[in-house]
Each structure stands twice: as C-alpha cells, then as structure tokens.
Design a protein around this ligand. Sequence first.
Ligand SMILES: *Cc1c(COP(=O)(O)O)cnc(C)c1O
Ligand SMILES: [Zn+2]
Length: 411
Amino acid sequence: MSYVIGLKCRECGRRYPKEVIFVCEYCFGSIEVDYDYDAIRRVLTREALASRPKSLWRYRELLPIEGEPTVGLWSGFTPLFRAERLAERLGVRELYVKDDSVSHPSLSFKDRVVAVALSRAKELGFDTVACASTGNLANAVAAHAARTGLRRYIFIPADLEMGKVVASLIYRPTLVAVEGTYDEVNRLCAEIGAKYPWAFVNINIRPYYAEGSKTYGYEIVEQLGWRAPAHIVIPAAGGSLITKIGKAIKELALLGLLRGAPRTKLYAAQASGCAPIVNTIKARADIVKPVKPNTIVKSLAIGNPADGYYATKAVLESGGGAEAATDDEVIDAMKLLAETEGVFTETAGGVTLAVAKKLIDQGVIPREESIVVCITGNGLKTQEPILNRVGQAVRIKPTLASFESQLAGQL
Ligand SMILES: *Cc1c(COP(=O)(O)O)cnc(C)c1O
Ligand SMILES: [Zn+2]
C-alpha cells in the first residue's frame, strides 16, 4: 500500500507520475514527492508507531515507496540523549545530541537517504546504482548496494580522507576518484547519468533519496515525547537534511502527531571555508552564490549546494539563523563532544557543535530553551585532521617501576 500520490514541481506545482523525474520540464523547478496526508492520518497514530520496529521504516507511510521496504531495515532510530555534561560546559539548561555517528551500517546519516533511494531504485527496475559523494554517501551506497546485490559505481573527489576511501572500497564497488572538487564530480555524474541507465541516488532519483532525511526529524520529535525542540542546529552540505527536518516537523503537525505548536527554529552550520548556505542566510538573500571549498570538513565541502535555496528558505521561515566555524573551532568541538559525552564525531559534527556554541555565546539561542545538536557522522572516518591534536599515549616498559616513573605526578 502506497500513500504517494505522485511527484510535483516545487515551483509551478505541475504534477508528474512516480517515475524518474528530477527537474520540472516546464520551469526547471525541483521535484518533490506528494502524499495523501488524509489517508496517512487515519493509519499513522502514536499508538500504531509505538509497536513498530525501531528503524527509519517505522514511518514508512511518509516515505516514497510502493511496496514493502527492502533496504536499510536496521538503519535509523539512532540514540537521542540528554547531554548534561556538555550542557554545563556550554552554559545551557536543556541540550540533546541526536547521534547518527552510530547509524547502521555505515556510521552516518546517509544510511537514511540510501535506504530509501535504493528501495525505490529496485522498485523502478534499476540493477545499477551510483552516486557523487563527499564520502559518507559513498560508504552508504557501497554498503547497502552490496547487501542488496546491486551493481555500484561510486564517484568521489580524489582528495578524500583515507577512512572514507577504505570504508567504500571494502564493499567492492567500482570507486572512481575524480581529480577535482565535489562540484566537478557532481557535474560529471550528471553527464554520465544522462548516458548510462543507472540510478544516481542524489541526482536522477534525488526526489526519493531526499525524503529519507525526514526520518532524522521524525525521530527527534518522537524521542522527545512527540514534542518539537525550540532549536535544532543542523550541518549543511547540499542543504537537503536541513530542508527535510523542517518538512518533517510540519508533516507531524499536519498529521496531529506533534504535541504543541511547530515552533522549532532551525540553524544551518557550515565550515568557514565552505559556507555558501550560511552566507545566503546571513545576507537574507535568495540566490546562493557558489564558493570554492577550502576546509578540513570534506563531508560538507559542497560549493554549489543543490538544495541551498530551499535550505535558506526553511531556516528563515523558522526564525532561525546560521553560523560558520573555522577548522580550529571544528577540532576543538570534536574534542569537547568526546570529552564530555563520549561521542567521537567526524569533522561535520565538529562544525555543528562549534556553531551551536557560537550561537549560544552570541545570545541567538537562549540558554533556557531546549536545543538539539545534530551529530551526523563518525570520527573514525576523519582521523587525519586530529592526529596531532589529541595528545599521545604514555609509553612504558612492562614493569611497575617504569609505569610509576613515567606517570610520576599523575597517579
Ligand atoms: C552529507 C552530510 C551532511 C549534510 O547533508 P545535506 O543533506 O547534503 O545537507 C551532514 N553531515 C554529514 C556527516 C554528511 O555526510
Ligand atoms: Zn515547474
């Protein structure tokens, strides 16, 4: 049973069948999935949800597939926990971490979008999937495609972190390292996608893919007892996650699942060396100016974000804001999260926490209100920038005397 009515242009509203369409033929607007919310309201109750498996597919009526889900059955429903020690360090009352650094199986929130994209790609009859990626999407497509038996072509910029390269290669995809920026990889993939009959998850089946990000938002609300927090700080690369968290909260309100009003303010977090969305939000502009990325935060290094316009709109409409973090601030924030909450996040998580701290210090986010920080990836994948910034082990001989002399003053 499907609750998808069809596809729809976000700009002119023209309707399309549920096929492989990603730009409007009339106005070049982007395409979105349209649901029958009245029908969903009748089946998707809090009680019905309470008895379902703890994966992202518990919200399947709000996801764009026709039959039963077939990919990512253990993805999603990651921990959301109250971060008391971090809250104390930041000087705030009510702080939560939503932790996709432990997402099954590929340790980033990209498992969500790929679970949905590949389930749909199979329904559409594809036997080959592909993607243009800054690293985490590559890992997720490679892993899920391996498990589901799809052929896989993965395109990445040639300068990615070793952890992300290895965590793609292990699944035996065809991994193509392009000598260029992500934006150049993406442009090349659009060309390849026009010639080869492959499902490029973030290009030609992007309308289905992007819907997977909504589950991160549904989970935040459900895990807070069906209440939306006052503030959510969200990392942005292409700008899809932030747009879809906004959409998720609106949908839950529309379906009567949210307690209280949808009052959440959204904040975009980017690295100073690649902040096209943050720049646009701060300028209150509506045209995103592309930039050339220069940052250690490779997972967010998209200079020309596909959903930059919608991300900007979602943030401004919510009454939220945006801020960027320098590479040094990113590393400090990665260490702070690890030291206070025991979570080792990647550089993107460092961006989110550093930006949250800035917005709190600036008084933009009030210290008394509820705040969720979105941790979207795992630190074991981005070890290069912190290798020389985490101290060293104390080296000793295997004797008690050596132990006590080397640790003199620390015991
Ligand atoms: C891709 C990615 C994001 C941002 O996703 P968009 O939807 O492209 O904005 C955030 N965090 C991590 C770790 C990512 O890999
Ligand atoms: Zn249109």
